[in-house]
Design a protein around this ligand. Structure first.
Ligand SMILES: [Zn+2]
Length: 133
């Protein structure tokens, strides 16, 4: 486990983490992120908006409006055409991470590093299903 992941783990298990995560506060953060995702998706998507795997899936997004193959923001998944069942299963785990951590999630995600093969949130979501292996 890397130093960054140890820090993330320590935050997770700290009193603050136990109070904040999976709490009404993180839920509000999740709802806020979902509102941002819905707004961003409705602005940029050119395809159909679908409900799949518990997500609002926005397709036909221009490449510059999301990261890598697609981005999960709260309950929204923003992508061009990267919408296989496996990928959506992977993104549904990210949705769950948003619910648990709320607006702290992006910070913890960055802390875990940009390399998806070593990022604990990508590993938890499944590297193969996410198309990283
Ligand atoms: Zn992922």
């Amino acid at each position: 486990m890397s130093v960054r992941d140890r820090i993330g783990d320590a935050i997770d298990r700290s009193l603050l983490g136990r109070l904040l995560f999976d709490s009404p506060i993180s839920w509000l953060g999740y709802l806020y992120a979902t509102a941002v995702g819905l707004t961003w998706g409705f602005i940029w998507s050119t395809g159909r908006v679908e409900r799949r795997a518990g997500l609002f899936v926005f397709r036909g997004m221009p490449a510059r409006t999301f990261g890598r193959g697609g981005s999960c923001v709260g309950q929204c998944y923003l992508t061009d055409q990267n919408v296989s069942d496996d990928v959506l299963e992977h993104e549904a785990v990210h949705k769950r991470q948003w619910q648990r951590y709320g607006m702290v999630f992006p910070l913890l995600y960055l802390l875990s590093g940009r390399d998806p093969l070593r990022n604990r949130f990508e590993i938890e979501a499944g590297l193969e299903k996410g198309g990283y292996r």
